[in-house]
Design a binder for this molecule. Structure first.
Ligand code: AMP
Length: 110
């Protein structure tokens, strides 16, 4: 499968690791939109939110909590986003959560 994030998981494409456990991997976005911009992905290939099972969601959201604390953004706040499909402007078709923080974000989201 020609999936960019599967290649990152396989170590074929380098990434700046932020967090890893048995089911989840997180790394810095190559084109950060905020001082902290981390991508949190399941290790198994899931295309997007529509295909995600509850167990994986739980694992991803537990990682969000850990990473927010680790990155020092839990207290001041942060935003999580998962783009889905064409209208959602999803460009990589391996489910990922963007975690953005480290500064006051824009109030508009679209
Ligand atoms: P989305 O547009 O929601 O699918 O997000 C894909 C994200 O992947 C974008 O924010 C890109 O900047 C990011 N991205 C693309 N290639 C890489 C890479 N090699 N390493 C880290 N982040 C990447």
């Amino acid at each position: 499968m020609d999936c960019l994030f599967c290649k990152i998981l396989a170590g074929e494409i380098p990434s700046q690791k932020v967090y890893e456990d048995d089911n989840v991997y997180a790394f810095r976005d190559i084109n950060p939109q905020a001082p902290v911009h981390v991508l949190i992905i399941p290790k198994k290939h899931i295309a997007n939110v529509l295909e995600c099972d509850l167990q994986t969601w739980t694992q991803l959201l537990q990682a969000v909590q850990t990473i927010a604390a680790q990155e020092g953004v839990a207290e001041d706040g942060f935003r999580i986003i998962s783009n889905c499909g064409d209208n959602g402007c999803q460009s990589v078709h391996h489910l990922h959560i963007h975690l953005l923080g480290g500064a006051k974000l824009r109030e508009t989201m679209a």
